[in-house]
Ligand binder design. Structure first.
Ligand code: GLC
Length: 416
């Protein structure tokens, strides 16, 4: 597919995945990751969709964020999922588990009680540059800033500059094996589900009250979540300067500095040459090498020596330099699975490659001057889509499609 065809195919897909909803008497539209399999609006997916939409139609891109902002809470939180179409909610699924209310007793939830990596500022900047201008920044910046302030204020109970997730699913990397925090991976799907989902049941029982969740050692510092929070804080600062909001710019820059410093001081593992997430009050390191360990390459202020060590691992054929990059789990990890399946059960982010993490890495690598590595990942990503279409994941060994097809964020490939 020539570049122009790829662009047209991407637009066509995002049009096809467009869905509609109503809130407070107003109409909204958003792009579902996949209307058949993921029919709701997801926070970080929508930011990726907006970034791609902005290439052709900044107003359509802006609509993507409107739907999320319509559900922003008084404390600044923006939900991880908006359930625009309650008829698609399943009583036995995570839909209730991650939201208020009980099946059969209450009305179906409108939105989940969790968050996802906060990438709104990146989308706002693209929309502003594509035509929305400073007016658009002025209109949306307060909402985006208040989301980051919520994270800094409510989600950092130990005050170390790293925000904590309340569920593994808040990282956007569902079932990432780093969450086992052990070398011998869990082998049985039922054990994995229990390990990842039972804490969510407890959090629901605790009515999502952060004091209770953090009080019982539910404190979890994810490298992926913090990296993306830090990356977006930098963009927030830039946007604030653009509209002469010096106070927000100062705050966001200070918070971004704090995130990078904390990642370096607490999550950097010198021996592994990687960033590792932290579990619980004792901050035990999550020792499994996964894509999240590499994501700090997206941080513009990561010191060069750390970036170089990460690139060594990224380009190591035993680890992340697969034929079809970049695997979500290192090839030599015992938990690596090429098709996101454990004994036949679908469990994602356990090895297969995804184009949203490729996009984050490619832009980060370019910013840091690793042009050759970036170009290679970009070229292989385009080849994946040309051969197999826009997929949720790809097998890093043979490039075959894994998971859902017609998947929204795979269109990021046109922005590499
Ligand atoms: C899965 C992914 C998550 C994504 C969602 C919708 O849950 O892990 O990152 O946001 O699907 O695409």
């Amino acid at each position: 597919m020539a570049a122009r065809n790829l662009d047209a195919a991407a637009r066509d897909l995002l049009e096809r995945n467009t869905c509609f909803g109503v809130e407070g008497g107003r109409d909204y539209r958003f792009t579902a990751p996949s209307p058949a399999h993921y029919p709701f609006q997801w926070c970080w997916d929508s930011c990726f969709h907006a970034i791609v939409w902005a290439r052709w139609d900044w107003r359509r891109a802006a609509d993507e964020l409107e739907g999320l902002l319509a559900f922003q809470q008084a404390d600044g939180r923006i939900p991880h999922v908006v359930f625009w179409n309650p008829e698609r909610i399943l009583w036995w699924s995570w839909h209730y588990l991650e939201s208020r209310g009980l099946p059969f007793l209450d009305r179906p939830p409108r939105f989940s009680q969790q968050v996802q990596p906060p990438l709104l500022a990146l989308a706002v900047e693209r929309i502003a540059d594509a035509g929305g201008g400073d007016d658009y920044v002025r209109r949306t910046l307060p909402a985006v800033a208040s989301f980051h302030r919520y994270l800094a204020r409510e989600r950092d109970p130990d005050g170390d500059g790293l925000v904590s997730v309340i569920s593994q699913f808040e990282t956007g990397l569902d079932y990432n094996p780093a969450w086992h925090a052990r070398r011998r991976p869990l082998r049985r799907p039922v054990a994995i589900f229990a390990r990842y989902r039972l804490p969510e049941l407890r959090t629901k029982w605790e009515r999502f009250e952060l004091a209770r969740v953090f009080g019982r050692d539910g404190h979890q510092e994810s490298v992926a979540f913090n990296t993306l929070h830090g990356l977006a804080l930098r963009v927030l600062a830039r946007l604030a300067r653009r509209i002469d909001d010096a106070e927000t710019a100062r705050w966001a820059d200070g918070a971004a500095d704090g995130v990078t410093t904390a990642l370096l001081e607490r999550c950097w593992d010198e021996r592994a040459g990687l960033f590792l997430g932290l579990a619980g009050r004792a901050e035990r390191r999550r020792v499994v090498r996964t894509i999240e360990s590499l994501l700090p390459l997206a941080l513009p202020d990561l010191p060069t020596e750390h970036a170089e060590r990460l690139v060594e691992t990224l380009t190591d054929p035993r680890r992340f330099a697969a034929a079809w990059p970049v695997p979500s789990v290192a090839l030599d990890e015992p938990s690596f699975t090429r098709d996101n399946r454990v004994r036949g059960t679908r469990l994602i982010w356990r090895g297969a490659a995804s184009l949203n993490t490729n996009w984050l890495l490619v832009h980060g690598l370019r910013r840091r001057g690793f042009d050759d590595v970036a170009a290679q990942i970009a070229e292989r990503s385009r080849a994946l889509v040309e051969r197999h279409g826009f997929n949720e994941f790809y097998d890093p060994l043979d490039g075959s499609p894994v998971g859902v097809d017609g998947f929204g964020w795979a269109t990021l490939v046109v922005d590499l």
